[in-house]
Design a protein around this ligand. Structure first.
Ligand code: URA
Length: 199
């Protein structure tokens, strides 16, 4: 069966990921970290790649950055269970280095399959790497954070990675603005069909 066909179901996707050997990261992993959350989430969050704790547990964003991410979501009235959280690459790059273009290219079909299965209305890209591999290779996070792009009816916005917020507290104010904009976009999209119907 072709890869595309296999990945149009969650079970096909999970099976393909569990056995994936498409790039050298596979040889060093303890666990694949596919992603987790609501399979019908309105909001999807995409990070860079698993760190040490994620590699040990098989779950995304469970380390310190993950704790902050959970708090940030809570601040806009969302739980981790309501959203879908995943990464550009599903296996840990050694020493938490940035995934290289070949690794990202090998893994992107899985991310595309996740987007196709979840069908989120809004995607929040956590950090420059997520933004560059999904939205724009030239993206600069300080310049481009907070800007909306609509692609095939999905609203995408890059913001600072929570690990960057842990390193540099002064970025938190901008990240908070971005999160509030996400909350507003979700509310606006929820109301839209009602408004259109009323017109
Ligand atoms: N950083 C990421 O980008 N993803 C994780 O899952 C954890 C830390």
């Amino acid at each position: 069966m072709g890869e595309r066909v296999m990945m149009v179901s969650w079970s096909g996707l999970m099976d393909a990921l569990a056995h994936c050997q498409k790039c050298p990261l596979a040889g060093q992993r303890h666990c694949v970290v596919p992603g987790e959350g609501n399979p019908n989430a309105r909001l999807m969050l995409i990070g860079e790649g698993p760190g040490a704790e994620e590699d040990r547990s098989g779950r995304p964003f469970v380390g310190r950055a993950g704790e902050l991410l959970t708090k940030m979501l809570k601040a806009i009235g969302l739980s981790r269970e309501e959203v879908y959280i995943c990464n550009v690459v599903k296996c840990r790059p050694p020493g938490n280095r940035t995934p290289d273009p070949q690794e990202a290219a090998a893994c992107l079909p899985y991310l595309r399959a996740q987007v196709a299965l979840v069908r989120p209305q809004v995607i929040l890209l956590l950090g420059a790497t997520a933004g560059r591999y999904t939205l724009d290779p030239e993206l600069r996070i300080t310049r481009d954070r907070g800007r909306w792009t609509e692609r095939k009816g999905v609203w995408m916005m890059p913001t600072f990675h929570p690990a960057a917020l842990l390193r540099n507290e002064s970025l938190k104010r901008a990240a908070w603005q971005d999160l509030q904009a996400v909350r507003e976009k979700l509310d606006e999209l929820e109301l839209k069909p009602v408004r259109e119907g009323a017109e």
